[in-house]
Design a protein around this ligand. Sequence first.
Ligand code: URA
Length: 212
Amino acid sequence: MRIHVVDHPLVAHKLSTLRDRRTDSPTFRRLADELVTLLAYEATRGVRVDPVAISTPVSETTGVKLSYPRPLVVPILRAGLGMLDGMVRLLPTAEVGFLGMIRNEDTLEPSTYATRMPDDLGGRQAYVLDPMLATGGTLIAATKLLLERGALDVTAICLLAAPEGVEVMQEAFADTEANVTVVTASIDERLNEHGYIVPGLGDAGDRLYGTA
Ligand code: URA
């Protein structure tokens, strides 16, 4: 598994405001959306394109267009939904699948309560949206599901990651040929005893949807 931490002053600036407890939900939503677009720019560096012929007003030339089969974008409900618009703005041909996963706050184990995506992902590039890579359980389960359905590669976009989550992802995909990448704005210090990322930004779903 590859991990890519996007090192850019605009990313750091937006992330700092997201972390601030005084940032209200409308501002948090807008900044998360903008940050996803910046992360998506890096995450889609390997997106497949095909050559096309183009006539400019001046001459003939060649360019590229996004390939078929279309990439699949999979937000993990609920907090991943806050990342969807920022992603599809950059990848307009993408199809969107949904994965409802929740972690048990006592055991921190994930369970799947909804799956809405094609059964056969043969040859498709998949992009998973999950704002917080914390214990890694949810992202491992989501990535395995996509690979089992035949995804060509899986790229997860996470606003933040904990070192513990990165490590379990590395272990989970160490012995496979699977092409798995995590793109994030920061690897933070650690997880606390409740499974929250420190310093983190709190509960991403609550901050996005104002339920804090
Ligand atoms: N999920 C969150 O929303 N925040 C964390 O810090 C960890 C998991």
